[in-house]
Write a protein that binds this ligand. Structure first.
Ligand code: NDP
Ligand SMILES: CC(C)=CCC[C@@H](C)[C@H]1CC[C@H]2C3=C(CC[C@]12C)[C@@]1(C)CCC(=O)[C@@H](C)[C@@H]1CC3
Length: 321
Protein backbone atom coordinates (compact mmCIF):
# COMPACT_ATOMS: atom_id res chain seq x y z
CA UNK A 1 0.00 0.00 0.00
CA UNK A 2 1.25 3.52 -0.80
CA UNK A 3 2.50 5.10 2.41
CA UNK A 4 1.57 8.68 3.22
CA UNK A 5 4.33 10.81 4.75
CA UNK A 6 4.06 14.46 5.80
CA UNK A 7 7.15 16.54 6.56
CA UNK A 8 6.90 20.02 8.10
CA UNK A 9 9.61 22.52 7.18
CA UNK A 10 10.46 20.39 4.14
CA UNK A 11 11.72 23.10 1.83
CA UNK A 12 15.30 23.34 3.09
CA UNK A 13 18.02 21.90 5.29
CA UNK A 14 17.29 18.72 7.23
CA UNK A 15 13.64 18.54 6.09
CA UNK A 16 14.58 18.60 2.41
CA UNK A 17 17.45 16.13 2.92
CA UNK A 18 15.00 13.85 4.76
CA UNK A 19 12.57 13.99 1.82
CA UNK A 20 15.39 13.04 -0.60
CA UNK A 21 16.25 10.10 1.61
CA UNK A 22 12.64 8.98 2.02
CA UNK A 23 12.12 8.90 -1.74
CA UNK A 24 15.38 6.99 -2.19
CA UNK A 25 14.17 4.41 0.34
CA UNK A 26 10.64 4.14 -1.08
CA UNK A 27 9.90 5.66 -4.47
CA UNK A 28 6.19 4.76 -4.14
CA UNK A 29 5.61 7.11 -1.19
CA UNK A 30 2.96 9.76 -1.20
CA UNK A 31 5.13 12.56 0.17
CA UNK A 32 3.61 15.82 1.35
CA UNK A 33 5.83 18.88 1.88
CA UNK A 34 4.17 21.06 4.52
CA UNK A 35 5.75 24.50 4.16
CA UNK A 36 4.88 28.11 4.90
CA UNK A 37 6.54 29.61 1.81
CA UNK A 38 4.91 28.48 -1.43
CA UNK A 39 7.78 29.53 -3.70
CA UNK A 40 10.41 27.73 -1.66
CA UNK A 41 8.12 24.70 -1.38
CA UNK A 42 7.70 24.57 -5.16
CA UNK A 43 11.47 24.83 -5.63
CA UNK A 44 11.96 21.93 -3.19
CA UNK A 45 9.33 19.87 -5.00
CA UNK A 46 11.06 20.50 -8.36
CA UNK A 47 14.43 19.52 -6.89
CA UNK A 48 12.96 16.27 -5.52
CA UNK A 49 11.26 15.47 -8.82
CA UNK A 50 14.52 16.03 -10.69
CA UNK A 51 16.20 13.21 -8.78
CA UNK A 52 13.02 11.06 -8.41
CA UNK A 53 11.12 11.61 -11.64
CA UNK A 54 8.14 9.38 -10.90
CA UNK A 55 7.66 10.36 -7.27
CA UNK A 56 4.33 11.58 -5.85
CA UNK A 57 5.15 14.84 -4.13
CA UNK A 58 2.32 17.05 -2.85
CA UNK A 59 2.51 20.54 -1.39
CA UNK A 60 0.62 21.78 1.62
CA UNK A 61 0.58 25.35 2.83
CA UNK A 62 1.34 25.29 6.56
CA UNK A 63 2.66 28.00 8.82
CA UNK A 64 3.13 25.92 11.93
CA UNK A 65 3.53 29.12 13.97
CA UNK A 66 -0.03 30.23 13.19
CA UNK A 67 -3.02 28.60 14.87
CA UNK A 68 -5.37 29.41 11.97
CA UNK A 69 -2.93 28.07 9.39
CA UNK A 70 -2.59 24.79 11.32
CA UNK A 71 -6.39 24.39 11.42
CA UNK A 72 -6.74 25.14 7.69
CA UNK A 73 -3.85 22.85 6.73
CA UNK A 74 -5.24 20.02 8.85
CA UNK A 75 -8.63 20.35 7.12
CA UNK A 76 -6.84 20.09 3.79
CA UNK A 77 -4.91 16.99 4.90
CA UNK A 78 -8.13 15.32 6.04
CA UNK A 79 -9.72 16.06 2.67
CA UNK A 80 -6.73 14.66 0.75
CA UNK A 81 -5.64 11.55 2.66
CA UNK A 82 -7.45 8.77 4.46
CA UNK A 83 -4.54 7.98 6.83
CA UNK A 84 -1.02 9.12 7.67
CA UNK A 85 1.84 6.68 8.08
CA UNK A 86 4.58 9.10 9.12
CA UNK A 87 4.37 12.67 10.35
CA UNK A 88 7.78 14.33 10.61
CA UNK A 89 7.61 17.39 12.86
CA UNK A 90 10.73 19.08 11.61
CA UNK A 91 9.98 22.79 11.13
CA UNK A 92 11.91 24.85 13.63
CA UNK A 93 13.36 28.28 14.28
CA UNK A 94 16.11 29.83 16.35
CA UNK A 95 15.53 33.59 15.98
CA UNK A 96 18.27 36.17 16.58
CA UNK A 97 20.83 33.80 18.07
CA UNK A 98 23.61 35.35 20.13
CA UNK A 99 26.83 33.53 20.96
CA UNK A 100 28.52 34.28 24.26
CA UNK A 101 32.12 34.48 22.98
CA UNK A 102 33.55 34.90 26.50
CA UNK A 103 31.81 31.74 27.69
CA UNK A 104 33.05 29.96 24.56
CA UNK A 105 36.73 30.67 25.29
CA UNK A 106 36.24 29.86 28.96
CA UNK A 107 34.60 26.57 28.00
CA UNK A 108 37.33 25.79 25.48
CA UNK A 109 39.84 25.31 28.29
CA UNK A 110 37.47 23.59 30.70
CA UNK A 111 36.51 19.95 31.27
CA UNK A 112 33.15 20.80 29.71
CA UNK A 113 34.63 21.44 26.26
CA UNK A 114 33.26 18.31 24.52
CA UNK A 115 29.79 18.87 25.93
CA UNK A 116 29.95 22.55 24.94
CA UNK A 117 30.58 21.66 21.30
CA UNK A 118 27.87 18.99 21.33
CA UNK A 119 25.12 20.94 23.05
CA UNK A 120 26.14 24.63 23.08
CA UNK A 121 25.26 24.64 26.77
CA UNK A 122 25.64 28.13 28.20
CA UNK A 123 26.67 29.57 24.82
CA UNK A 124 23.54 30.40 22.93
CA UNK A 125 20.71 32.79 23.68
CA UNK A 126 17.92 34.00 21.43
CA UNK A 127 15.52 36.91 21.30
CA UNK A 128 11.98 35.65 21.12
CA UNK A 129 8.79 37.69 20.50
CA UNK A 130 5.03 37.39 20.57
CA UNK A 131 3.39 36.22 17.35
CA UNK A 132 0.01 37.38 16.07
CA UNK A 133 -1.77 34.72 18.17
CA UNK A 134 -0.20 36.20 21.29
CA UNK A 135 2.08 33.21 21.78
CA UNK A 136 5.85 33.18 22.09
CA UNK A 137 7.07 32.56 18.54
CA UNK A 138 9.62 29.82 19.29
CA UNK A 139 7.18 27.88 21.48
CA UNK A 140 4.41 28.30 18.88
CA UNK A 141 6.59 27.15 15.98
CA UNK A 142 8.77 24.45 17.48
CA UNK A 143 6.17 22.93 19.79
CA UNK A 144 2.60 24.17 20.03
CA UNK A 145 1.76 24.37 16.30
CA UNK A 146 2.96 20.79 15.94
CA UNK A 147 0.94 19.74 18.97
CA UNK A 148 -2.21 21.30 17.46
CA UNK A 149 -1.46 19.60 14.16
CA UNK A 150 -1.28 16.21 15.86
CA UNK A 151 -4.53 16.89 17.70
CA UNK A 152 -6.28 17.94 14.49
CA UNK A 153 -4.94 14.93 12.60
CA UNK A 154 -5.78 12.36 15.28
CA UNK A 155 -8.58 10.86 13.15
CA UNK A 156 -5.94 9.98 10.53
CA UNK A 157 -3.16 9.12 12.98
CA UNK A 158 -5.14 6.94 15.37
CA UNK A 159 -6.90 4.36 13.28
CA UNK A 160 -7.85 0.88 14.38
CA UNK A 161 -5.54 -1.79 12.98
CA UNK A 162 -3.05 0.75 11.63
CA UNK A 163 0.19 2.11 13.06
CA UNK A 164 1.21 5.74 12.55
CA UNK A 165 4.46 7.36 13.60
CA UNK A 166 5.37 10.87 14.62
CA UNK A 167 9.03 11.87 14.48
CA UNK A 168 10.19 15.09 16.17
CA UNK A 169 13.39 16.79 15.07
CA UNK A 170 14.78 17.70 18.47
CA UNK A 171 18.27 18.87 19.39
CA UNK A 172 21.12 18.10 21.75
CA UNK A 173 20.60 21.71 22.82
CA UNK A 174 17.38 20.60 24.59
CA UNK A 175 18.09 21.09 28.29
CA UNK A 176 15.94 20.44 31.31
CA UNK A 177 17.21 23.51 33.14
CA UNK A 178 16.11 25.75 30.24
CA UNK A 179 12.52 24.56 30.58
CA UNK A 180 10.03 25.46 33.28
CA UNK A 181 6.58 23.94 33.45
CA UNK A 182 5.35 27.18 35.05
CA UNK A 183 6.62 29.09 32.01
CA UNK A 184 6.24 26.56 29.21
CA UNK A 185 6.35 29.29 26.54
CA UNK A 186 9.67 30.55 27.95
CA UNK A 187 8.44 34.12 28.27
CA UNK A 188 10.93 34.95 30.98
CA UNK A 189 14.12 33.33 29.75
CA UNK A 190 16.76 33.75 27.08
CA UNK A 191 16.92 30.18 25.79
CA UNK A 192 13.55 29.62 24.09
CA UNK A 193 15.08 27.20 21.57
CA UNK A 194 16.51 24.90 24.21
CA UNK A 195 13.26 25.12 26.18
CA UNK A 196 11.07 24.29 23.16
CA UNK A 197 13.21 21.30 22.22
CA UNK A 198 13.15 19.98 25.78
CA UNK A 199 9.37 20.42 25.75
CA UNK A 200 9.09 18.37 22.54
CA UNK A 201 11.14 15.55 24.12
CA UNK A 202 8.81 15.62 27.13
CA UNK A 203 5.65 15.82 25.03
CA UNK A 204 6.76 12.83 22.97
CA UNK A 205 6.80 10.74 26.13
CA UNK A 206 3.26 11.84 27.05
CA UNK A 207 2.01 11.19 23.52
CA UNK A 208 3.32 7.64 23.71
CA UNK A 209 1.60 7.11 27.01
CA UNK A 210 -1.74 8.45 25.76
CA UNK A 211 -1.75 7.23 22.18
CA UNK A 212 0.23 3.98 21.83
CA UNK A 213 -2.96 2.03 22.52
CA UNK A 214 -4.55 3.82 19.54
CA UNK A 215 -1.70 2.86 17.21
CA UNK A 216 0.18 6.17 17.36
CA UNK A 217 3.90 6.12 18.26
CA UNK A 218 6.13 9.14 18.80
CA UNK A 219 9.93 9.24 18.55
CA UNK A 220 12.53 11.95 18.96
CA UNK A 221 15.60 12.33 16.79
CA UNK A 222 18.58 14.58 17.16
CA UNK A 223 20.40 15.36 13.92
CA UNK A 224 23.64 16.58 15.50
CA UNK A 225 25.19 19.71 14.04
CA UNK A 226 24.15 20.17 10.40
CA UNK A 227 25.08 23.07 8.14
CA UNK A 228 21.72 24.63 7.24
CA UNK A 229 20.06 28.07 7.17
CA UNK A 230 19.64 27.65 10.93
CA UNK A 231 23.37 27.22 11.64
CA UNK A 232 24.36 29.88 9.06
CA UNK A 233 22.04 32.19 11.00
CA UNK A 234 24.24 31.68 14.06
CA UNK A 235 27.63 32.29 12.47
CA UNK A 236 28.91 32.66 8.87
CA UNK A 237 29.99 29.61 6.85
CA UNK A 238 33.74 30.33 7.03
CA UNK A 239 33.55 30.02 10.81
CA UNK A 240 32.04 26.57 10.54
CA UNK A 241 34.81 25.52 8.16
CA UNK A 242 37.36 26.75 10.72
CA UNK A 243 35.91 24.78 13.64
CA UNK A 244 35.32 21.58 11.66
CA UNK A 245 38.54 19.92 12.93
CA UNK A 246 37.38 20.45 16.51
CA UNK A 247 34.01 18.92 15.71
CA UNK A 248 35.85 15.69 14.88
CA UNK A 249 36.19 15.19 18.63
CA UNK A 250 32.55 14.14 18.60
CA UNK A 251 32.83 11.65 15.84
CA UNK A 252 34.57 8.93 17.80
CA UNK A 253 31.64 6.70 18.68
CA UNK A 254 30.69 3.16 17.70
CA UNK A 255 27.57 2.02 15.87
CA UNK A 256 24.73 0.42 17.79
CA UNK A 257 21.35 -0.68 16.52
CA UNK A 258 18.33 -0.89 18.82
CA UNK A 259 14.59 -0.62 18.46
CA UNK A 260 12.95 2.73 19.18
CA UNK A 261 12.73 3.54 22.87
CA UNK A 262 10.25 6.26 23.91
CA UNK A 263 12.71 7.53 26.53
CA UNK A 264 15.63 7.75 24.13
CA UNK A 265 16.61 10.44 21.70
CA UNK A 266 18.21 9.17 18.51
CA UNK A 267 21.41 11.09 17.82
CA UNK A 268 22.92 11.16 14.34
CA UNK A 269 26.69 10.80 14.58
CA UNK A 270 29.70 10.10 12.38
CA UNK A 271 32.56 7.79 13.32
CA UNK A 272 36.22 8.72 13.03
CA UNK A 273 36.28 6.77 9.77
CA UNK A 274 33.42 8.77 8.36
CA UNK A 275 30.68 6.16 8.89
CA UNK A 276 27.29 7.61 9.79
CA UNK A 277 25.36 5.96 12.56
CA UNK A 278 22.62 6.56 15.09
CA UNK A 279 23.06 6.31 18.84
CA UNK A 280 20.12 6.27 21.27
CA UNK A 281 20.70 8.25 24.45
CA UNK A 282 18.34 8.37 27.43
CA UNK A 283 16.49 11.68 27.67
CA UNK A 284 16.48 13.62 30.92
CA UNK A 285 12.68 13.59 31.22
CA UNK A 286 10.17 12.45 33.77
CA UNK A 287 6.63 11.07 33.62
CA UNK A 288 5.09 13.58 35.98
CA UNK A 289 6.33 16.65 34.14
CA UNK A 290 5.39 15.20 30.75
CA UNK A 291 1.88 14.62 32.06
CA UNK A 292 1.58 18.20 33.36
CA UNK A 293 2.91 19.61 30.08
CA UNK A 294 0.45 17.50 28.10
CA UNK A 295 -2.50 18.74 30.12
CA UNK A 296 -1.30 22.37 29.97
CA UNK A 297 -1.04 22.09 26.18
CA UNK A 298 -4.57 20.70 26.08
CA UNK A 299 -5.73 23.69 28.16
CA UNK A 300 -4.01 26.08 25.77
CA UNK A 301 -5.55 24.20 22.84
CA UNK A 302 -9.01 24.84 24.32
CA UNK A 303 -8.16 28.53 24.62
CA UNK A 304 -6.95 28.87 21.02
CA UNK A 305 -9.93 26.94 19.72
CA UNK A 306 -12.22 29.37 21.53
CA UNK A 307 -10.19 32.26 20.17
CA UNK A 308 -10.19 30.87 16.65
CA UNK A 309 -13.97 30.54 16.70
CA UNK A 310 -14.42 34.06 17.99
CA UNK A 311 -11.83 35.33 15.53
CA UNK A 312 -10.00 37.38 18.18
CA UNK A 313 -6.65 36.27 19.48
CA UNK A 314 -3.93 37.90 21.44
CA UNK A 315 -4.78 39.30 24.86
CA UNK A 316 -6.71 36.46 26.46
CA UNK A 317 -4.02 34.02 25.42
CA UNK A 318 -1.24 36.07 26.88
CA UNK A 319 -3.01 36.20 30.21
CA UNK A 320 -4.15 32.62 30.37
CA UNK A 321 -0.92 30.63 29.84
N1 NDP B 1 20.98 22.41 11.80
C1 NDP B 1 21.27 21.84 12.96
O1 NDP B 1 22.44 21.70 13.33
C2 NDP B 1 20.18 21.34 13.82
C3 NDP B 1 18.84 21.52 13.53
N2 NDP B 1 17.88 21.00 14.35
C4 NDP B 1 16.46 21.14 14.03
O2 NDP B 1 16.22 20.68 12.72
C5 NDP B 1 15.02 21.26 12.22
C6 NDP B 1 15.26 21.75 10.81
O3 NDP B 1 16.18 22.83 10.87
P1 NDP B 1 17.34 23.04 9.80
O4 NDP B 1 17.12 22.19 8.63
O5 NDP B 1 18.61 23.01 10.52
O6 NDP B 1 17.11 24.58 9.46
P2 NDP B 1 16.43 25.29 8.20
O7 NDP B 1 16.28 26.71 8.60
O8 NDP B 1 17.13 24.97 6.94
O9 NDP B 1 15.00 24.58 8.11
C7 NDP B 1 13.95 24.94 8.93
C8 NDP B 1 12.68 24.63 8.16
O10 NDP B 1 11.58 24.94 9.01
C9 NDP B 1 10.72 25.79 8.30
N3 NDP B 1 9.94 26.64 9.17
C10 NDP B 1 10.37 27.54 10.07
N4 NDP B 1 9.33 28.15 10.64
C11 NDP B 1 8.20 27.62 10.09
C12 NDP B 1 6.83 27.84 10.24
N5 NDP B 1 6.36 28.76 11.07
N6 NDP B 1 5.96 27.10 9.51
C13 NDP B 1 6.41 26.17 8.65
N7 NDP B 1 7.70 25.92 8.42
C14 NDP B 1 8.59 26.65 9.14
C15 NDP B 1 11.61 26.61 7.40
O11 NDP B 1 10.85 27.20 6.37
P3 NDP B 1 11.28 28.62 5.70
O12 NDP B 1 12.22 28.27 4.58
O13 NDP B 1 10.00 29.18 5.24
O14 NDP B 1 11.95 29.42 6.78
C16 NDP B 1 12.54 25.51 6.92
O15 NDP B 1 11.95 24.76 5.89
C17 NDP B 1 14.64 22.35 13.21
O16 NDP B 1 13.60 21.89 14.04
C18 NDP B 1 15.91 22.56 14.03
O17 NDP B 1 15.63 23.01 15.32
C19 NDP B 1 18.22 20.31 15.46
C20 NDP B 1 19.51 20.13 15.81
C21 NDP B 1 20.59 20.63 15.02
C1 LIG C 1 32.10 32.62 18.52
C2 LIG C 1 32.99 31.53 18.85
C3 LIG C 1 34.45 31.84 18.87
C4 LIG C 1 32.60 30.27 19.05
C5 LIG C 1 31.21 29.82 19.16
C6 LIG C 1 30.98 28.33 18.83
C7 LIG C 1 29.51 28.08 18.82
C8 LIG C 1 28.85 29.12 17.93
C9 LIG C 1 29.12 26.66 18.34
C10 LIG C 1 29.84 25.56 19.05
C11 LIG C 1 28.83 24.40 19.16
C12 LIG C 1 27.68 24.82 18.30
C13 LIG C 1 26.35 24.18 18.37
C14 LIG C 1 25.21 24.84 17.99
C15 LIG C 1 25.27 26.27 17.63
C16 LIG C 1 26.66 26.86 17.51
C17 LIG C 1 27.66 26.30 18.52
C18 LIG C 1 27.18 26.73 19.87
C19 LIG C 1 23.85 24.20 18.02
C20 LIG C 1 23.18 24.72 19.26
C21 LIG C 1 22.99 24.62 16.81
C22 LIG C 1 21.61 24.09 16.85
C23 LIG C 1 21.41 22.82 17.55
O1 LIG C 1 20.26 22.40 17.59
C24 LIG C 1 22.53 22.15 18.28
C25 LIG C 1 22.51 20.66 18.16
C26 LIG C 1 23.90 22.71 18.02
C27 LIG C 1 24.93 22.21 19.04
C28 LIG C 1 26.32 22.74 18.79
Amino acid sequence: MQRVVIVTGANSGIGLALCERLLTEDSQLRLCLACRNTQRAEAARSALLTSHTNAHVDLLHLDVGSVQSVFTAAQEVKARYSRIDFLYLNAGIMPNPQVDVKAFFKGLFSRNVINMFATAEGLLTQQDRLNSDGLQEVFATNLFGHFLLIRELEPLLCQAGHTSRIVWTSSSNARRSAFSIEDMQHRNGTEPYSSSKYASDTLSLALNRHKNNQGLFSAVICPGLVMTNLTYGILPSFFWTLIMPIMWLHWLFLQKSESLDPRAKYHSLTSGLGTNYTQPRKMDIDDEMSEVLYSKLLDLERVVRGEANEGNAANKLINST
